[in-house]
Design a protein around this ligand. Structure first.
Ligand code: SAM
Length: 283
């Protein structure tokens, strides 16, 4: 295999072949080799001059190339697989001042401290750690101008879900509380090498200047965990253990309602009451 693509770089297939990047399931490796799709993800991110982009899991660098073809001041990629890190040398040589790779596990790296603001995250996430990563970043959402992320569609649906739907849950509440979320597009399994079992979706999240309602992260976590942990139960039962049942009426929430009927503002109100009840050690 040989040849160069339009950007003067070797084709991704050749990089994969040269470095024997057989996909590892444990690392969630489903590579996106279609340059039209990687370009579309990069466009969705809305990167402008001066942005510092952080990519998680660049793999052989398909999406990285699309990002580097645009206006980003820097691209900092975090990759765990030593084979991919080595394979990315070709891209470091092509963009010595704009592209760097950090070797490591993104779940252990304080991504919100990398580079300088304004930061954007753009990633085709490894699905096995995608929600863990997102929750970690949400806690520091204000560090990012945006997050353009590919998830398995089922997870993207949960992020976007409205109350009174099956997909609505903790993830929907915590994300919508802190970010405005828009669906971008879906990608069929056949676009990846190897194809995953599920359809993928790209979602664009923009952290809000202020959360939808005032509340602490810890209290929101506690209240949503209690409510959705037993989502089929009525709130008077599911919120009993954390002492909120007697307060439902005053908040205008039906005791017989279920978690999925509450909107983000209701959860914020419950979290504020919870803060007044719980001793600091239990918050
Ligand atoms: N960005 C490439 C693309 O679109 O073709 C690869 C995406 S692939 C779905 C996920 C990538 O994340 C792989 O390169 C994998 O090695 C890497 N990865 C998996 N777990 C990781 C972790 N905990 N920290 C950093 N990278 C990880």
């Amino acid at each position: 295999m040989s040849g160069v693509s339009f950007d003067g770089l070797p084709p991704l297939k050749e990089i994969i072949h040269r470095h024997e990047l057989s996909a590892r399931k444990a690392l969630g490796q489903n590579f996106l080799l279609d340059l039209n799709l990687t370009a579309r993800i990069a466009r969705t991110a809305g990167i402008v001059e001066g942005d510092c982009v952080i990519e998680i899991g660049p793999g052989p660098g398909g999406l990285s190339r699309a990002i580097l073809a645009g206006d980003a001041a820097r691209l900092i990629a975090v990759e765990r697989d030593p084979r991919c890190i080595q394979a990315l040398d070709y891209l470091k040589e092509a963009h010595p001042r704009r592209f760097e790779v950090i070797a490591g596990d993104a779940t252990e790296i304080e991504v919100w401290t990398l580079g300088d603001a304004p930061r954007r995250i753009v990633a085709n996430l490894p699905y096995n750690v995608a929600t863990v990563l997102l929750i970690g970043w949400l806690r520091h959402a204000r560090a990012f101008r945006s997050m353009t992320l590919m998830f398995q569609k089922e997870v993207a649906d949960r992020l976007l879900a409205r109350p009174r739907t099956k997909a609505y849950g903790r993830l929907s509440v915590m994300c919508q509380w802190l970010c405005a979320i828009s669906p971008a597009f879906t990608i069929p399994p056949s676009a990846f090498t190897p194809p995953p079992k599920v359809v993928s979706s790209v979602v664009h999240l923009v952290p809000r200047d202020a959360p939808l309602g005032e509340a602490s992260w810890a209290a929101m976590e506690k209240v949503t965990a209690a409510a959705f942990g037993q989502r089929r139960k009525m709130l008077r039962a599911s919120l009993k253990a954390i002492g909120l049942t007697p307060h439902l009426k005053a908040l205008g929430i039906e005791e017989t309602a279920r978690a999925e009927e509450l909107d983000v503002i209701d959860f914020c109100a419950l979290a504020r009451v919870y803060e007044t009840l719980a001793p600091p050690s239990q918050k």
